[in-house]
Design a protein around this ligand. Structure first.
Ligand SMILES: Cc1cc2nc3c(=O)[nH]c(=O)nc-3n(C[C@H](O)[C@H](O)[C@H](O)COP(=O)(O)O)c2cc1C
Length: 323
């Protein structure tokens, strides 16, 4: 598949997730086989005002390329200006968020709120496309609720407005994250447009990813499946190539990657105390490891980088790998 000049073969894309997929996590995912990354969504209005926090959130690193910067807003003019601001951060593409389900954003016709006003949605895509030489892509949901599923209309509109890739999270806005993602829509969208289609929602195993490729998706985007198991990208690639599962990572590999990630968030100082915000990642690194439990309880009380690294290394010493 192509996104502008970018050629990609069945890419696995790390989903943008606010407060989760910061630069450090994106680099971990990249190291484990994610082909494309995207920043967390950043408000167009904040980018235009050059708000430091927004610019920091939108920065990408050369190591993670190809990478996109995701922006959101409800004013076409602001999205166009934000696209010009974002160009200076040199992403490979700019993604428009038309899927965020949070009430305040939707009430302002941002995120999934755009699914209630397709003419506005169209103006936003067109204005952004016209403002930049970079490829513009769109990530959205099926519709506002089950009575107003507009994805086929929206997909055609997005393509006609110049978007170079469409990601569909197969839920409605009303669903939030509840219920199952309905992948059957992807087949219909596939027939409706010819731009690359990325399937998203509830991909938690290699078999899930294969199912989406079999439906006709050009790429697969993974969010919570990657936080629950950062190795998922590698596992999917191995499965697609060989048809067999990869063995679980060793305790040494799990510990080393957790330490590397923790050091990275501390080095990048993504928030006030990265050691505290990092706590949400332990479950993913030590998935299916019951012996990690006492260490995890200890880590929930530790507030320093040195303390957390020492506790992780002690866990490894106390749990020698079975040969
Ligand atoms: C904590 C969290 C934050 C999210 N933040 C964003 C975001 O900034 N931009 C976006 O397009 N989607 C965001 N999403 C939605 C995901 O990108 C994805 O569409 C959704 O989680 C479904 O995919 P999954 O089942 O693989 O997680 C977020 C989801 C979660 C769980």
């Amino acid at each position: 598949m192509q996104i502008g000049d970018l050629s990609l073969q069945k890419p696995l894309i790390l989903a943008p997730m606010e407060n989760v997929t910061d630069l450090s996590f994106r680099l971990v995912a990249k190291g484990l086989g994610a082909d494309v990354t995207m920043t967390e969504f950043t408000a167009a209005e904040a980018l235009i005002r050059q708000i430091k926090k927004a610019l920091k959130k939108a920065r990408i690193s050369d190591e993670e390329r190809p990478a996109g910067i995701q922006i959101f807003g409800s004013r076409p003019q602001s999205m166009a200006e934000a696209a010009r601001v974002v160009e200076s951060l040199r992403p490979d593409f700019i993604d428009i968020n038309a899927g965020c389900w949070v009430k305040n954003h939707c009430a302002r016709f941002e995120g999934a709120g755009l699914l209630k006003d397709l003419p506005l949605f169209e103006s936003i895509v067109r204005a952004t496309v016209e403002a930049t030489h970079l490829p513009v892509t769109v990530k959205t949901r099926l519709g506002w609720d089950e009575k107003s599923i507009v994805i086929l209309e929206a997909a055609k509109m997005v393509e006609a407005a110049g978007a170079k890739m469409l990601t569909v999270h197969c839920r409605t806005r009303a669903q939030g994250y509840k219920g199952r993602a309905d992948w059957s829509w992807l087949e219909k969208v596939r027939k409706a447009v010819s731009i690359p289609l990325i399937g998203n929602g509830d991909v938690v195993s290699p078999q899930d990813a294969k199912a989406l490729f079999d439906i006709g998706c050009d790429g697969v985007m993974i969010g919570r499946g990657a936080t629950a198991n950062p190795w998922i990208f590698r596992e999917i690639k191995h499965f697609l190539k060989t048809g067999s599962p990869l063995p679980e990572p060793s305790l040494a590999e799990r510990t080393a990657l957790a330490v590397e990630h923790l050091r990275s968030v501390c080095a990048h100082k993504e928030c006030r105390n990265p050691v505290l915000t990092f706590r949400k990642h332990y479950a993913g690194y030590f998935r299916n490891v019951p012996s990690f439990r006492p260490a995890r309880m200890g880590l929930m009380k530790i507030e320093t980088l040195e303390g957390a690294v020492e506790r992780l290394q002690r866990f490894l010493m106390e749990n020698p790998e079975k040969a």
